[in-house]
Design a protein. Structure first.
Length: 248
């Protein structure tokens, strides 16, 4: 039987030359939830995120994904297990069209041996899936534009499409709303809500109104430690959380 907890970090710690950026964090993410990691600047959110996907190696602690210890796996192997992080805009190829960007991501999912690419059937299946994903993120009418021609918000939508192409079971989003206008925030929120119907989402997010609307579980970090956990009503009423935010 699969456990209710999809991701469990315990005692997660990261030191940078003596400075403890993440200090013994125990994080549990419930399967099917949209879970936010919030906290003031310098709280350790990005470091935590990088530890979970092994872009950084923890100094101490362990990470279980689907009850399997992934602490010593490299990032590519973690992604193959279904725990995928969306990359920042740099991962979108500016000189490829929207559709081509998604095709490239689909290619990455299965590996790209030469023989594989010669298979007409597979190519056609990719084309259909690429169109489906482009449509799902609301970019159908822009599918032949170069990625470089998209607005900022639409680039982020494309980035989510390329991440969804990897068929993640759990999606990690690093500040998906950063720098967005309100129309784009609405669009990406809907997209995340839709993506979360079939998967778990863990996101670092600064925009608290987005977090309150979208997330059913929140972990507040401050100075590398967990300050509070719970739903939005619980954490926002916590005096320690208010103090941490006002202190920035
Ligand atoms: P947040 O994402 O919550 O703003 P970070 O995880 O980026 O916080 O940073 C947490 C702390 O760790 C900060 O004080 C930051 O300066 C420090 N830090 C992050 N990365 C490094 C690094 N590579 N070397 C040294 N200190 C770092």
């Amino acid at each position: 039987m699969t456990s209710n907890i999809i991701l469990a970090a315990s005692g997660l710690t990261k030191e940078f030359r003596g400075f403890v950026a993440v200090d013994g964090v125990d994080l549990m993410v419930r399967r099917g939830s949209i879970h936010a990691l919030i906290g003031p600047n310098g709280a350790g959110k990005t470091t935590c995120f990088n530890l979970l996907t092994k872009f950084l190696t923890p100094t101490k602690g362990s990470i279980l994904y689907n009850d399997e210890d992934i602490t010593s796996l490299p990032p590519a192997d973690i992604a193959l297990k279904g725990l995928v992080r969306s990359f920042q805009i740099s991962a979108v190829f500016p000189d490829l069209s929207v559709l081509e960007n998604v095709r490239v991501a689909l290619q990455r999912l299965r590996g790209s041996s030469f023989d594989f690419w010669r298979s007409e059937t597979v190519l056609r299946a990719h084309d259909a899936r690429a169109l489906e994903l482009v449509d799902a993120v609301g970019l159908s009418e822009f599918r032949h534009l170069y990625a470089s021609e998209l607005s900022y918000g639409r680039k982020r939508a494309l980035e989510i499409a390329t991440t969804l192409a990897l068929e993640p079971e759990m999606l990690l989003l690093d500040e998906p709303m950063a720098g967005m206008a309100s129309g784009d925030i609405e669009r990406i929120s809907n997209l995340i809500r839709q993506a979360a119907r079939e998967r778990t989402v863990l996101m670092v997010e600064h925009n608290l109104s987005v977090v309150s609307e979208l997330c059913d579980a929140i972990t507040v970090l401050a100075q590398g430690r967990i300050l509070a956990e719970g739903d939005y009503a619980t954490v926002s009423a916590d005096p320690r959380v208010r103090e941490a935010y006002m202190g920035t």
